[in-house]
Design a binder for this molecule. Structure first.
Ligand code: DX5
Ligand code: ZN
Length: 219
């Protein structure tokens, strides 16, 4: 299966977001990763549904929305209406995650569970059947440019085994510190999709296309 690349616009030039989204689309990105933070669950602030909506015309690719907020039905619906295709929520931030995942699917969107490096994988057990995607955090969320946590590899493998055991076709996406060095082992451990901010937008390869191709082929 082809590895899907989802560049995180957190590392892009915020003064020209629309152009950046168009540029990664034209460079062959499979998805556009949008990090939503409200300064509570993580110590940083980014953008809300209005910005997602404003960016929608710049690419027809999958909008992969990562909510690092305590979601409520109203805000989830706003992101769905804004044009999100995948909406991922964190069990650490959401006491009603079961309901949130059902809600995301009922809005016709793909549901994702994002799990922090310090959260036991047991948190996923009640959620597998409700998740189209598991977003494995390989850094503590909040900022781009952090170092990949090596223990993430064992976690990815365990999640891969569990998904196969359950006979599900859930996508495993990995987020944080992905670059040419870390991508091969992440793919080998069982990930199908890679989020990459720094490695695409601040790539040493000098072009978004080369950066994306290198990540994809590294497996
Ligand atoms: C971290 C975000 C990531 C971030 C990844 O909270 O969820 O999506 O943008 O950035 P890099 O690829 O630079 O680690
Ligand atoms: Zn993210």
């Amino acid at each position: 299966m082809k590895t899907l690349i989802s560049p995180s616009i957190l590392a892009s030039d915020f003064a020209k977001l629309g152009d950046e989204v168009r540029a990664i689309d034209e460079a062959g990105a499979d998805m556009v990763h949008l990090d939503i933070m409200d300064g509570h669950f993580v110590p940083n602030l980014t953008v809300g549904p209005d910005v997602v909506k404003a960016l929608r015309p710049y690419s027809a690719k999958t909008f992969d929305v990562h909510l690092m907020i305590m979601p409520n039905p109203g805000i989830v619906a706003s992101f769905a209406e804004a044009g999100a295709d995948i909406i991922s929520v964190h069990p650490e931030a959401d006491p009603n995650i079961h309901r949130s995942l059902q809600n995301i699917r009922s809005l016709g969107k793909k549901s994702g569970v994002a799990i922090n490096p310090g959260t036991p994988l047991e948190a996923l057990e009640p959620l597998y059947e409700l998740a189209d995607l598991i977003l494995v955090m390989s850094v503590n969320p909040g900022f781009g440019g952090q170092k990949f946590i090596p223990a993430s590899l064992g976690r990815i493998r365990s999640i891969r085994e569990r998904i196969d055991q359950l006979g599900l076709d859930t996508i495993i996406e990995v987020d944080g510190g992905i670059n040419d060095e870390t991508a091969p082992s992440v793919i080998e451990a069982g990930a199908h999709a890679l989020v990459a901010g720094t490695a695409v937008f601040r790539s040493p390869h000098g072009s978004y296309r080369k950066a994306i191709d290198n990540l994809r082929l590294s497996g």
